[in-house]
Design a protein around this ligand. Structure first.
Ligand SMILES: *Cc1c(COP(=O)(O)O)cnc(C)c1O
Length: 409
């Protein structure tokens, strides 16, 4: 792979208004014009580099957008007040009433609810398919289909989308491939693999400190400008504008993203291997037993590893809840949704982040009630973490000496 996102990011250099090493934070909602004609031209979308009103764009948001474009290797990127703000803007920009979407059946619960429930109001319908089954994806595409939507690494089942192959299929059908890359920044360069539009929840790994909510759309310059159009841009008109102060703080956190992703991946890989040896039902794309392992391997940037998420099926919701409560008590992390924090976060998706998906459908997908999703933290001593986690599981009878012996025999 010739594209090196981390090098591009390393080369980004900003000068603040007074020569500061950080760009100045724009603290204005509106901007002056020296001539009335320039104001008119800006409304018409003709004057680059002129600011109008901060819902349209602001210097701080443009800086973060530039960094996001470098991260994904796209021409441009817009930032939003949340991942859902970015996703809803893209979908509503591409779809009219009566249109259709083909979407992976395992996606973030909020995206699922938007597509399945909310967009019905606008007569926009979605077919949910197994994204790893190319024939099923192809068969679902109709003359009304306006996009194929998926996550590079899916939430919460960690299925891997074959982006180059999906991209080919989309090109053949002249529709864009929209990829949510929230789970795998740096590890996967979705745009370089053929995605036309890449969306991110910056709330997770990219910001990495669980202190704010934000999102981004990385795409062509043309599409990013369309989203901002004052007359019919979904980004501009739906109004999920990121605050400049937040844009500036996210940009500063992004500088350590490469270091953090490597550590999240290293720690997750270590735990996944140990849990597998212990005979637990663990899902991690870095394990050879993972159904998407080879797909991920052929499209990832190896140095960043297989990502910071793994799931563990402990058999029942009661056991999952007991384990999570105990792990929190033992200071292993937090019983909380979300991901990408320095501490490990764990939750049972069936009753939390994927509860929008009806129970029967969850079962069909293989999303069992005993499933725990872990976003593994930046623990310095992951071996000690493993030992404490094991103790927790032993004390609840999730693993015991006997079952480990049977597994190893
Ligand atoms: C969290 C998340 C979102 C939504 O992002 P918000 O910032 O919470 O709006 C979308 N997709 C994925 C994969 C996520 O994990």
């Amino acid at each position: 792979m010739d594209y090196k996102a981390s090098e591009n990011i390393q080369d980004l250099q900003y000068f603040g208004e007074f020569g500061g090493v950080n760009p100045s934070i724009s603290d204005s909602s509106t901007y002056t014009f020296l001539s009335a004609k320039t104001m008119f031209d800006t409304f018409e979308g003709n004057t680059e580099g002129c600011y109008l009103y901060s819902r349209h764009s602001s210097p701080s948001n443009l800086y973060l957008g530039e960094a996001m474009a470098q991260l994904e290797g796209t021409e441009s990127a817009n930032v939003y007040a949340s991942g859902m703000g970015a996703i809803s803007a893209v979908i509503l920009q591409l779809c009219d009433s009566g249109d259709h979407i083909v979407c992976s059946r395992t996606i973030y619960g909020g995206t699922y609810a938007l597509l399945k429930n909310f967009l019905k109001k606008f007569n926009i319908h979605t077919s949910f398919v197994d994204i790893t089954d190319l024939k099923a994806v192809e068969a679902a595409i109709t003359s009304k289909t306006k996009m194929v939507y998926c996550e590079a690494v899916s939430n919460p089942l960690l299925e891997i989308a074959d982006i180059p192959t999906l991209s080919e299929l989309c090109k053949k059908n002249r529709i864009p491939l929209v990829v949510d890359n929230t789970f795998s920044p740096l590890s996967i360069n979705a745009a370089k693999l053929g995605a036309d539009i890449v969306v991110h929840s910056l709330t997770k790994f990219i910001n990495g400190s669980s202190d704010c909510v934000a999102g981004a759309v990385c795409a062509s310059k043309e599409f990013c400008l369309r989203l901002k159009d004052v007359n019919d841009g979904a980004g501009m008109l739906l109004g999920s504008t990121l605050d400049s102060l937040r844009a500036a703080s996210i940009l500063k956190n992004m500088r350590t993203l490469h270091v953090r992703i490597k550590k999240h991946s290293e720690n997750s890989h270590f735990l996944a291997q140990r849990f597998e040896e212990d005979g637990l039902r663990v899902v991690y794309p870095g394990l050879k037993s993972h159904t998407g392992h080879s797909t991920m391997k052929k499209q990832m940037n190896l140095e960043y590893g297989f990502g910071g998420l793994l799931t563990l099926d402990v058999g029942s919701l009661d056991k999952a809840n007991a384990l999570m409560e105990l792990m929190q008590k033992e200071k292993l992390g937090y019983l909380a949704v979300s991901l990408g924090f320095y501490k490990t976060l764990f939750s049972a998706p069936g009753t939390s982040t994927s509860s929008e998906i009806p129970l029967e459908e969850q079962e069909e997908l293989g999303l069992s009630q005993g499933l725990i999703r872990f976003s593994i933290g930046l623990d310095n001593d992951i071996h000690r973490t493993y030992l404490v986690m094991r103790q927790c599981m032993e004390s609840l009878g999730i693993i015991n000496g006997k079952s480990i012996l049977t597994q190893k025999a």
